[in-house]
Every structure is written in structure tokens, then in C-alpha cells.
Ligand binder design. Sequence first.
Ligand SMILES: *Cc1c(COP(=O)(O)O)cnc(C)c1O
Length: 365
Amino acid sequence: MNPLNHLNFSGGPGALPESVLLQVQQSIIAVPEVGLSILGISHRSDWFASVVAELEGNIRELMGLPEDFHVLFLQGGATQQFSMIPMTLLRGKPHPAEYLHTGYWSGKALAEARREGAIRVLWSGEASGFRRLPGDEELAYSPDAPYLHYISNETVEGLQFHRVLGRDDVPRVCDMSSDFLSQPCEAERYSLIYAHAQKNIGPAGVTVVLVRDGVLKNAPADLPGFLDYRSHAQAHSIFNTPPVFAIYVVLLITRWLRNEIGGLSRMAEINRSKAGLMYRRLDDSHGFYRGRAETQDRSLMNVTFNLATPELEQRFLAAAQAAGFSGLSGHRSTGGIRASLYNGLTLSAVEQLTGFMEDFQRKAG
Ligand SMILES: *Cc1c(COP(=O)(O)O)cnc(C)c1O
């Protein structure tokens, strides 16, 4: 493998498709239809307004989004949403918001919500090391909660819900940062969906927020302008200088999903094939590679596993890096190995990795 062209298995920023990277490369010099570098095009230009409009339309079409959703492109990452959501939906409410604590990122989200008001942790996997997700029988939702917050895919632990949670009479709020546009998601059942770009759909700098109009109507009146979804909705995501470059790359990704992949169902098939190859490699290794997540909650995006000892894991990571597989070390909070298989990573890259894993096991075993 060419050492100048490593395969990117990082948890984020993630791999992007080569055909998109080639267009991005061209756009740094000049966007063909404008004749200017993407880095120097005004966010007040007609062209950029058309980028925002096309991107919004693509997301609506790919996800089958109902009309009453606003599609916003914000800054501050998913982390800013951890605060904006309780400011909008929890402030002044008599009942606690409900949060699931299923891993590292949901822990961050609920800690920020606590600064704003009362929350109730419906279920926590902390004591059991975040190796599984709750079943429906473990979740006693309250009909009075102002909203339910959860994370569809826990990026660090490699846990993914394969169903929609909650009750239909309580607004669902979901962080989809690490599985956004990786598969169809029944968007119509949510009140607010958010996802930053840098895991699955582009570079860091932009966060997609899909929020129903009803949520905005009931928001407190005195929020700071920048932290009020209504400001961004009214300004069509150009409330202040937006990250033009990042938004353009996300547009190219949605074009790729529509035109080259053929939509989210097809994307989901490809993602299932990639994850299937990885999990088969773990399961066929007779315990050499030990999957971290319980089988029914395994993530299609982040495959987490351990080897027998931390020393063997270090040898594995060093050998993988030398062979051109980049970004495989687990999150600093968990250690171990994590192979992230975002949309832009090809089936062929996963085949190469599983081949390497088979080889490594044979030599070490
Ligand atoms: C990476 C990640 C975050 C953190 O996002 P920032 O954009 O860095 O604030 C939040 N939620 C999930 C699910 C993540 O994977």
C-alpha cells in the first residue's frame, strides 16, 4: 500500500469519498461555475444562497423530511447543541427532561443539560462499562417530560440503537452525529435531530440541525440571538458569517449520496456489508479479537474490540499503522481498538483491513 495514501478508519474526522475530495481539490483553486476559490467566495453571494438551498433540498429528499422541519447549518459542533437544546426546550419547564446515558457523548450532553434545569436519567450503562444499550422493558418514559434526548450511535463505545426510542407524545431529540445519512432514520418521528459534519458527511465546522417549527414557536423569548434557532431559521443559516467551505463539502457529499450511491437505503446496504465483514472477522477469530459491544447493539459505524492484552493491542496498532491503516486506536477514554466505517470508507478498504487482521492473528497466534 502506498504509505502516502493511508486508509482512514478514524472515529472523526472521518474518511470522505475520493470523487468528492477531487472536486474539493478543484474548488480550492476555483469553483467551476464561479471562477473563484471556495475559500474566497462571499457568503452573501447568490451562488452561496443556491448552495444552501440545494443542500437543504438534498437533505429533505434523502431523509424524506416533513415540511414543518427547518434545516439549519450552524456552528459550535454537537457540543453547542448540548446547551442550545435545554435552553430552548427545558428552560422554565415544570418537569425534568429525560436523558439516556449510554456512553461518553451522552454523558457530555446530560452534564450540559443539568446546567439549565432538572433532568432525569432514564437509564445508565455506566456501571456496566457501556457495553450494551437498554431494552424497551428497561425504559419507563414519563408522559410529562418536555423531551427525551438520546444518541443514536455512541461513537466511542460502538453502540447503536436499531430502533426509534420514546413515546409519540413526548418530543424526541436525537444526536445523530456519527450515523447521520448512513441509513434511513424515520425522521418524521423526531422533533429535533442534530449532527455535526465531521464524522460522516464532511469536514469539521458545520452542524446540521433539523428542527420542527413547533419547537421554535414555544422557545423562550430572551435567548441570545446566536443561540436562538429562530435567528438562524429567519436568516437561512446566514445569521453571521457561515463556514462556506464546510457547507460546500457537505453539499458535495449529499450529491454523491443521491447521484453516485443512489440514496440512503443503498448507503445502508453498503454500510451493513462493511460492518458485517468486520464483525464476522471478530466472531471467527476464536477470541483473538474480542468485540466490545453486545451483539444486538453493535454499531454499523464504529466497530470496537480488544485483543488479549494492552501490549498485544499496541503491537496490532503499530503493525496496522505501518501497513497503511490509520486511526484505529480506541478513544482515549476506553482504549482498545476502534475501526470507524463511515460512509466515505469503501468496502474494499474494509476487505483490506480484515485481510490484515487475519494475517496478524496467524503470525501472533
Ligand atoms: C464526536 C461527537 C460529539 C462531539 O462533537 P463536537 O462537534 O466535537 O462538539 C458529539 N456527539 C457525538 C455522537 C459524537 O460522535
